[in-house]
Design a protein around this ligand. Structure first.
Ligand SMILES: [Zn+2]
Length: 184
């Protein structure tokens, strides 16, 4: 939530009326703004269920959004697919930039993007968002994931939804959490 507040004050959500911030990292942090005001009682989108009888989440439920769409979930899938549990985030990023490896990982990436897009489109619709900002460590993977995400959103959202919303990456990067904590 802190990072979302910082994005509202200084970053990519500055001009929004209804805005959603999703911070993709170990889990999924969420901040929702309606008529420019932070909705403090809205809890993390990370634990909305998006898959029936789905993966076990650390919260105890099955099929939570963050078990599919957090960066931790993404990296775990990549490591499994490549059969190497020890790959660091940097190594994964470099591998994704290699044409051969990224071709081999095509289905894993596609599946991740599909789940991520479902949650984004749900949140955008429920909150009637004009702006949705993605932050957290996802931003490091901008070059390999963001365009694919935009294409998938374009495929699954209806025309009215698409016209209304702008999807952006966070501006403040990893300092956003600290800046937001100071504002709060
Ligand atoms: Zn959960």
């Amino acid at each position: 939530m802190c990072a979302g507040v910082a994005e509202k004050e200084y970053g990519a959500l500055k001009e929004c009326n209804n805005g959603v911030f999703l911070g993709l990292g170990t889990g999924i942090g969420t901040a929702v703004f309606i008529h420019g005001k932070l909705m403090e009682d809205i809890r993390s989108a990370g634990h909305m269920i998006i898959e029936r009888n789905g993966r076990k989440c650390q919260c105890g439920k099955n099929g939570c959004y963050e078990a599919y769409a957090s960066m931790k979930a993404f990296k775990t899938s990549i490591r499994q697919q490549l059969g190497n549990d020890n790959l660091s985030s940097t190594e994964i990023l470099n591998l994704l930039k290699e044409p051969d490896t990224s071709k081999r990982l095509e289905n894993t990436i596609k599946e991740y993007i599909e789940y991520l897009a479902i949650g984004i489109s749900n949140m955008a619709r429920i909150c009637s968002a004009d702006t949705l900002v993605i932050g957290g460590s996802f931003t490091y993977y901008e070059d390999v994931l963001f365009e694919k995400l935009q294409k998938e959103l374009n495929r699954i959202m209806d025309e009215r939804e698409k016209q209304k919303i702008t999807i952006k990456l966070a501006k403040l990067g990893n300092d956003a959490g600290m800046i937001g904590a100071t504002i709060l």
